[in-house]
Design a protein around this ligand. Structure first.
Ligand SMILES: [Zn+2]
Length: 246
């Protein structure tokens, strides 16, 4: 199945400053912002869907709604409407085939995150990027679910992953393995920081990140909180939303 990628400028926290919209067969995915090129691409399709409802993925969806059948993940219709301003025409669930494309639920980065899979490739939204790690924090983010989603995608062994930001990933297994290990290493650092007596997110963050966080302190803090929630759910630490301890 033919996959076309259209890079559009968006107000995204991703370092690219752009979001990838895709045309896969008859389905328009993540129409993030209108451009002449995306308008032309939209005319070649009758159906539209998003990998998840973060604002940098849905920006032009409402404007294409009249001319397209709009699909959303079943069970998340209210969130979809809040983010897009429109109600979906149809819903899909994990494993459904939509216009010849299989839906794979991949929650974690967002609770309503999905990937759209062909035989050899997946449009994977903000599950993974070629150039950077993915932000997993705030707004219903779930680190345990995110790691499960990375494992799930890894097992499917696609030839190419097409992310929501940046270039296609031509060595998916390698990239997903790196990302899983990156997240687990950060989790080990967060746990060690708590074991060392740090209780508050700011001090845990400073102990768990070796690099200069200027400008991204808030995102790093939210990421640390998501790790703390996972560790607490596994009874590795105590966490009341403000203070952590072992
Ligand atoms: Zn996102």
């Amino acid at each position: 199945m033919n996959i076309d990628r259209f890079t559009v400028p968006t107000l995204t926290s991703a370092p690219t400053g752009t979001t990838n919209s895709y045309l896969v067969g008859d389905l328009l995915i993540d129409p993030a912002a209108r451009t002449d090129i995306l308008d032309a691409a939209a005319k070649r399709t009758a159906h539209a869907a998003v990998t998840h409802t973060h604002p940098d993925h849905v920006g032009a969806l409402a404007e294409y709604a009249d001319s397209h059948t709009v699909w959303a993940l079943s069970g998340h219709e209210d969130r979809f409407e809040d983010a897009t301003g429109i109600q979906p025409d149809e819903t899909f669930s994990d494993g459904d085939t939509l216009r010849g494309i299989t839906v794979l639920e991949t929650p974690g980065h967002a609770p309503d995150h999905v990937a759209f899979c062909t035989e050899s490739a997946a449009i994977c939204g903000d599950l993974v990027m070629a150039e950077n790690s993915v932000f997993v924090g705030g707004d219903g983010a779930d680190m345990a679910a995110y790691l499960d989603s990375l494992e799930r995608m890894c097992d499917l062994d696609f030839e190419t992953l097409y992310p929501g930001h940046g270039d296609p990933i031509t060595t998916p297994k390698e990239r997903l393995d790196w990302l899983i290990e990156h997240r687990l290493e950060r989790e080990r650092r967060v746990l060690r920081a708590v074991e060392a007596g740090n209780q508050e997110v700011g001090t845990i963050r400073d102990a768990a990140y070796e690099k200069d966080l200027s400008g991204v302190e808030d995102l790093a803090s939210l990421t640390v909180e998501t790790h703390l929630e996972k560790l607490a759910s596994e009874d590795a630490i105590e966490w009341d939303g403000e203070h952590a301890s072992v």
